[in-house]
Design a binder for this molecule. Structure first.
Ligand code: ADP
Length: 197
């Protein structure tokens, strides 16, 4: 770190913003296999709480790879850099007062642990737990088919590991549940922890 770069404290800070808007900010860190339902559930939760007047923002895996993280591959090293950048952006958005949703596979304990360390108590891990067979049969983006044929390398669940989280604050088994039932589990957690307006 350049020793000439000094952190500046601004008077309009997070607690001011939280008071002004009437709710806390946090990061809902969705993790799970491709096709497990991260984006779908995050979208449903966001819709419900945003319409109820809470400030929200979603950082979506595919979308971020179009811009900020364009050029990063799916090698282990680049996946870690992908998540590091996302964590830093999530931290800024949390400071800006948002309830932030991140929807990234984030398959490794180490990268989730780093995000957790950076975000501290603001980090809420949401494990979207859907069996590989179910994700593969949903295959919403046709990616499993490509991974099985070898067209896509390093595909989580097929040719790259997914280390299931063991202590997620919210653990959702989606198989046999509707999207709205899954969303309700997240919203209940936010209500019970007095995060929402
Ligand atoms: P991810 O973001 O984890 O890659 P997506 O949300 O893009 O996954 O895709 C999940 C797919 O599974 C969607 O087509 C969604 O409609 C379907 N689905 C079926 N049941 C559920 C459920 N209970 N929760 C979430 N998604 C579900």
């Amino acid at each position: 770190m350049d020793s000439n770069i000094v952190w500046h404290t601004h008077e309009v800070d997070r607690s001011f913003r939280e008071q002004q808007q009437g709710h806390r900010s946090c990061v809902l860190w969705f993790t799970g296999l491709s096709g497990s339902g991260k984006s779908t559930i995050a979208n449903e939760v966001e819709k419900q709480i945003a319409y109820a007047g809470n400030r929200t923002y979603t950082l979506d895996g595919d979308n971020v790879r179009h811009g900020l993280n364009k050029g990063l591959t799916f090698s282990d090293e680049d996946r870690i850099e992908n998540i590091r950048r996302v964590s830093e952006v999530a931290k800024l958005m949390c400071d800006a007062g948002c309830i932030v949703f991140t929807a990234f596979i984030s398959p490794f304990n180490e990268e989730r642990e780093k995000a957790k360390q950076l975000l501290g108590d603001d980090y809420i891990e949401v494990f979207i737990d859907t069996p590989l067979e179910v994700c593969e049969s949903r295959d919403p983006k046709g990616l499993y088919k490509k991974a099985r044929s070898g067209e896509i390398k390093n595909f989580t669940g097929i040719s790259s590991d997914f280390e299931a989280p063991e202590n997620a604050q919210i653990h959702i088994k989606t198989d046999g549940k509707s999207v709205s039932e899954c969303a309700e589990l997240v919203i209940n957690h936010l209500r019970n922890n007095q995060i929402l307006k």
